[in-house]
Design a binder for this molecule. Structure first.
Ligand code: PMP
Length: 421
């Protein structure tokens, strides 16, 4: 039976082939040379590139619409407020949230998870409680929980992974009990590419009445996510990984949780009434958006959502999957290369090590060929510990990458092996 991955099933009716060259023309960065070679940008898991329409929207905002929001009675401020709030509405529709108010603008996925850890943690986590994470989490989905656990005298319980880099789901249910206050888990691993069966995980946790906070940073750019369908309590993601600007991200949270949680930061824009004796807070989302938010970032992110809606995102997603399969097949033929992360369901990420060559050397040699990949622990040191390696080289794909770029990657890896042998 097909695992339930929280992906919408793809329509099987015949479609026009995905036109990658047309898509590439939308991304100005991609047409440059690097080190005298055409840029092959394969570090999309770190940050994706930005299409022209997003750049133009930000330019338009700055040249015609900029003012602080929610405060001004004058036309320009109202225009900026409308643009900011309409970006929230776009996000709501994109992830199928029930209400726009359940979408909080934050600085990025890291801030979104910190918000949940501290605010939910402050309200609901007590001495002796447990927080369930997995072995494959990004540090952004470990340290906030570790910190609140230390503060509260709670402890972390970890879902193990297997040699393929998949969660050992049989162990998951055993970790849940009446002390478990939250499960915090990634939808897609940034270091392994594993797509977790998130709907199933959430449904198991909910059987115990436990809410789930999903780190969606690596899922949102690669396939459609429906937060109601998977029934996530919280879903965190970053704008810059989904073809929007840096400095903006989203925390989706169910109203019932967000209303019960205390503010994460306090200050202007998030109050109902302030006196020196007592302050009462604005309703969501303002309660969680203290100070002047990233207005330009939110509007840019709204334009990125418009862009994803304007292309055939399902076809893009399928194309990208084929690209990853092709790259995996090709790299498997190179002697001495070991893929880290061989889960049955993967998205975007091809992590690998080469015998006797440090990943940083691989990255440097590839850079000379104009190929941008990442080398390091990918902020996932527990994953590196599991595989007993210090680091990996990681190519990560977006729908604007091509088979030719994969071929260049493979050639460059072969050359690297040759140089070091
Ligand atoms: N979680 C995952 C799985 C990630 O890949 C990243 C970014 N590498 C983050 C969280 C943090 O995202 P940001 O740095 O944009 O806050």
């Amino acid at each position: 039976m097909r695992q339930d991955l929280g992906l919408k099933l793809l329509d099987s009716s015949p479609k026009k082939p995905f036109d990658v060259e047309r898509i590439r023309a939308d991304f100005p960065v991609l047409s440059q040379n690097m080190n005298g070679k055409p840029l092959a940008y394969l570090d999309n898991a770190a940050s994706a590139q930005v299409p022209k329409v997003v750049i133009e929207r930000i330019h338009e905002y700055l040249t015609k619409e900029h003012a602080n929001i929610h405060r001004g009675v004058y036309y320009l401020s109202q225009k900026a407020t409308t643009a900011y709030e309409s970006a929230r509405e776009k996000i709501k529709r994109f992830i199928n949230a029930r209400e726009a108010e359940e979408c909080i603008f934050v600085r990025g996925c890291t801030e979104a998870i910190n918000l949940v850890a501290y605010s939910f943690g402050r309200r609901f986590i007590e001495n002796g409680d447990e927080i369930v994470l997995s072995q494959m989490e990004h540090h952004a989905n470990i340290i906030p929980w570790q910190t609140i656990a230390e503060e509260k005298g709670a402890r972390l319980r970890i879902i193990p992974i297997n040699e393929r880099g998949e969660l050992v789901l049989e162990e998951f249910e055993n970790l849940l009990n009446e002390r478990t206050k939250i499960v915090a888990i990634t939808h897609v691993s940034n270091s392994l590419g594993t797509v977790n069966p998130i709907k199933q995980i959430i449904s198991i946790a909910h059987k115990f009445g436990i809410p789930v906070c999903v780190d969606g940073a690596q899922a949102i750019p690669h396939f459609r996510v429906d937060v109601q369908e998977i029934d996530a309590d919280f879903y965190a993601f970053s704008g810059h990984k989904m073809f929007g600007p840096t400095g903006i991200g989203v925390l989706y949270g169910k109203r019932k949780w967000l209303e019960e949680m205390p503010p994460y930061q306090t200050g202007g824009g998030m109050i109902r009434r302030v006196t020196f004796e007592k302050t009462t807070f604005a309703p969501i989302p303002e309660k969680f958006e203290a100070g002047t938010p990233a207005i330009m970032g939110a509007i840019g992110l709204g334009a990125a959502v418009d862009y994803l809606n304007s292309i055939d995102f399902e076809a893009a997603s399928e194309y990208e999957k084929e690209l990853l399969e092709y790259a995996t097949e090709q790299i498997s033929n190179i002697e001495g290369v070991r893929i880290i992360g061989t889960a049955k369901e993967k998205a975007s990420v091809l992590s690998f090590v080469i015998e006797n060559i440090h990943p940083h050397d691989i990255g440097t040699i590839l850079d000379q060929q104009g190929i941008a990949i990442r080398a390091g622990h990918h902020c996932a040191q527990p994953v590196m510990d599991f595989f007993k390696i210090p680091a990996t080289a990681r190519a990560s794909f977006a729908f604007y990458n091509t088979k030719q770029e994969v071929d260049r990657l493979i050639e460059a890896i072969k050359k690297t092996v040759e140089i070091f042998s």
